[in-house]
Design a protein around this ligand. Structure first.
Ligand SMILES: [Zn+2]
Length: 417
């Protein structure tokens, strides 16, 4: 079987034919070169208007990179024609395997983009002997196509989240769709201001915004403000995951502060290596941590009392009736306010001032799964870690949309990966 037969099967060209195939030894290794010719009597297509036009002349030969085969680079060679178009003048023709001046074929760019979902961009570049920039541009093409062709209708539940992408308080605001059947990244915006978040609703449009029934967010002020304004009819829920994360931060603050004070007083360091004992749920502790925890619980330490308050608060999420949950929340806040542990008192004050939104969790219960935002947040962090070294928010945005956007892809005649 000839290589041409295989090519016609996996990458058929209309109005063009694969001619000679040859193996060329180059300094970088062997290259499979494939010469393409226009089919006899076929008319070139004008790259300005996309219509078939009369040929004008031919230019010098151009090289297009195709998907490598058996570790060898594959290159298409083609001499571009120019057309004489009444509307566009004398311009170069349009070819179906590449776009504009790009020297990578469309198939190769989709191939790189697909691998970039599984490996880091650097790894893709290494494995396929290409540059990081080529992988970057391929992902950009895939994301641009996907965003243009995605469907934003029927979104019922969204979750808002923020992520720090750079030291020095550089944040991105992320909006996810968290419906039962579709969970995906919908939008990424720089900063976490009112102004930036408003852009999401502008992108979504009035009608679709009005159709949103549930919004899930953390307690960040600007988010609360924008949601109240733009999705006023939706049930706004404060996310369990973010509330518990905030509480863990308070416990950690108490522990660090207390450990420092004990050390200054020259007391035995009981709190040493206690961080994860106090932050993890008891069921997730290792055996060693469990022993440490039982040792800690015997001491009358602020960090331990803060820990017990948090463990007690977990009961809140188990309630079925909003009325009982409310009663519990009020009692818990009163108890915590008497605890004399400042970071926990601050937490209780925060919970009190957002009581309504927190209790909405029970109103939305069963319709919205609370773990979704946490799961997506973890995936975002993983993608960011894999893309370590990105300097621009554009690259991060592309990587996030590429892996979490559930973006559509064109129907290729053949899938290469
Ligand atoms: Zn034209």
């Amino acid at each position: 079987m000839q290589l041409k037969t295989i090519l016609n099967r996996v990458h058929p060209l209309k109005s063009f034919v694969y001619e000679q195939v040859r193996l060329v030894e180059e300094s970088g290794g062997p290259v499979i070169e494939i010469v393409i010719q226009p089919r006899a009597n076929s008319q070139p297509v004008c790259s300005g208007c996309g219509r078939k036009r009369r040929g004008y002349d031919r230019q010098s030969q151009r090289r297009f990179q195709f998907i490598p085969l058996w570790g060898m680079a594959v290159t298409f060679l083609y001499t571009m024609r120019r057309v004489d178009c009444p509307g566009c003048g004398v311009v170069v023709e349009m070819v179906p395997w590449a776009e504009g001046k790009n020297h990578l074929t469309i198939a190769y760019r989709w191939f790189l983009a697909t691998w970039a979902k599984r490996l880091s961009w650097k790894e893709v570049a290494e494995v396929f002997h290409t540059t990081w920039e080529n992988v970057f541009r391929s992902v950009k093409m895939a994301v641009t196509w996907g965003l243009e062709h995605r469907n934003l209708d029927g979104i019922k539940a969204i979750g808002v989240d923020e992520i720090q992408w750079h030291k020095g308080h550089k944040y991105l605001t992320l909006v996810y769709q968290i419906d039962d059947n579709v969970q995906r990244l919908l939008w990424v915006g720089e900063d976490r201001t009112t102004k930036s978040f408003l852009r999401f609703f502008r992108m979504l449009g009035k009608e679709r915004s009005a159709a949103i029934k549930y919004v899930c967010s953390d307690m960040w002020g600007p988010y609360l403000k924008v949601i109240a304004k733009k999705a006023s009819k939706a049930i706004h829920v404060l996310d369990r995951y973010h509330i518990m994360a905030k509480m863990n931060k308070a416990i950690d603050e108490v522990r660090a502060d207390e450990a420092k004070r004990l050390k200054q007083k020259g007391k035995t360091p009981v709190l040493k290596n206690s961080r994860w004992c106090l932050l993890k749920r008891p069921e997730n502790l290792t055996e060693k941590q469990t022993v440490k925890l039982s040792e800690l619980l015997k001491c009358n330490l602020k960090a331990v009392r803060a820990y017990l308050l948090r463990e007690d608060f977990q009961r809140f999420w188990e309630y079925r009736s909003p009325a009982w949950a409310e009663k519990f929340l009020k009692e818990w806040c009163t108890r915590t306010m008497r605890s004399k542990i400042e970071p926990m008192k601050k937490m209780a004050r925060t919970l009190r001032s957002h009581e309504g939104l927190i209790l909405n969790w029970f109103r939305a219960k069963g319709t919205m799964s609370s773990g979704v935002v946490e799961g997506l947040n973890n995936k975002v962090k993983l993608t960011m870690r894999k893309s370590y070294g990105f300097r621009t928010s554009e690259a991060i945005e592309l990587a996030l949309f590429h892996t979490l956007g559930a973006l559509p892809e064109p129907n290729h005649t053949h899938r290469f990966c």
